[in-house]
Design a protein around this ligand. Sequence first.
Ligand SMILES: NC(=O)c1ccc[n+]([C@@H]2O[C@H](COP(=O)([O-])OP(=O)(O)OC[C@H]3O[C@@H](n4cnc5c(N)ncnc54)[C@H](O)[C@@H]3O)[C@@H](O)[C@H]2O)c1
Length: 461
Amino acid sequence: MSKTRYALVGTGGRSGMFRNAVLKTYKDTAEMVAYCDTNPGRVERARQHARDCGAEVPGFAADQFEEMIRQTRPDCVIVCTRDCTHDKYICRAMELGCDVITEKPMTTDEDKCHRILDTKRRTGRTITVTFNYRYAPPRSQTKQILMDNTIGNILSVHFEYLLDTKHGADYFRRWHRNKSNSGSLLVHKSTHHFDLVNWWLSDVPELVWAQADRQFYTPHTAARYGLKGFGPRCADCTETSQCPYFMDLTGPHLGGIYRDHEHHDNYYRDWCVFLPENGKTFDSRVDTDDTMSVSVRYRGGAILTYSLIAYSPWEGYAVTFNGAKGRLEHVERETSYSSGDGTTPGALVEEHSFNEIHPHFADEGYRPKLWTGTGGHGGADPVMQGYIFDPDNQPPDPYLRAADQRSGAWSILIGIAASKSILSGEAVRIADLVPDLEDPDYPPMPDGTEPLPIQAESICP
Ligand SMILES: NC(=O)c1ccc[n+]([C@@H]2O[C@H](COP(=O)([O-])OP(=O)(O)OC[C@H]3O[C@@H](n4cnc5c(N)ncnc54)[C@H](O)[C@@H]3O)[C@@H](O)[C@H]2O)c1
């Protein structure tokens, strides 16, 4: 059997999941043929990892991307670079005859989104957007409960996502702190959450209204902690012994990925989380928000109320679905981590996670046994890897979790619309950003036409 040939662009923290999958877990069906990055140190680190796995993988500079494709003839390019650069690699890879697997968010603004959709149409290649969150067993169970019509058709959703002070603070240390890199947390991070809601509902958004602010990661908060000489980065800071947000880059994981290679590109992964918006250099500026609230109207009528904060004591989320027959409360807690620190990112904390069903007219709710799994992002990453790298040996997927450019677009467009709404104070229509966007393939859901059950004892005598 011939193996699928992969080239990977962007050899940073997240690339490890793909590199390990191709070089180790799925080495019988997959082969890594090239690495590419703007940072030669990280390319070399990835090459050494490949050697440790018994493979010799050539490395290429970012401006050699086309040459890399011509020389190494990959079937598929895995895009794992900064969000704002995804479009460039997605489009060029398809134009050069490759399929694409891209990390979320698919891209960061509506013009780039247009370009990706046009290039996909023109070239006929495939795009997979790695919405790993869908594959976490507790979230697949949520989808099953909703598909089973347990609480009827969904009228409203309340989704509160909590990034804790370890993981959440990281977005103010890294490239994500600049909206020009990440499209803001409403695109970079919330694309996962908006995609989950779109998929859970099997529906698409129409109208978006939002507010946001940076309220916590500010010089004022540093002053309240008693931190006086903070910044500009942890490595040079005089307050490290008393700062709860000190990021130590000297360890083998974070040091190996970032600190050892910062002399190549002057990218520092430990910028102070408290720096002001008008910092002296481009990278020391921070303009992303830590407190966000979004309201979304879906085509089918459901109304989503969403909030995201980046300074919670615990990591995870609570989501509630209010249906015509009852209510589903789903809470998932995950372990705390910093991206690239060598620990499992967001492992499921089972004892604090549940799906709880409250039928109308019942005195008590009940909790079906939680579907659980191990591995990154609530147990999602290993399940998704199987479907991507060894699809022929996976069971049929009743939840249609594999996502393409349509799901990639619908989810980012909520965040992009939200960002426009924050600026204008007005509601924004998704169709005004990208008209005629096709619906994704979603499983059928209760349509709200069936008669509703009434229990005799619930009627007043
Ligand atoms: N699905 C998930 O759960 C998940 C988790 C983490 C990250 N991600 C996504 O993965 C991607 C990478 O994130 P990360 O945490 O690895 O970031 P990172 O900073 O660790 O790595 C990014 C890499 O891209 C390289 N790069 C930057 N600009 C480039 C360019 N123009 N051309 C080529 N290479 C370039 C950098 O040198 C770096 O090696 C992001 O899109 C992020 O949203 C997804």
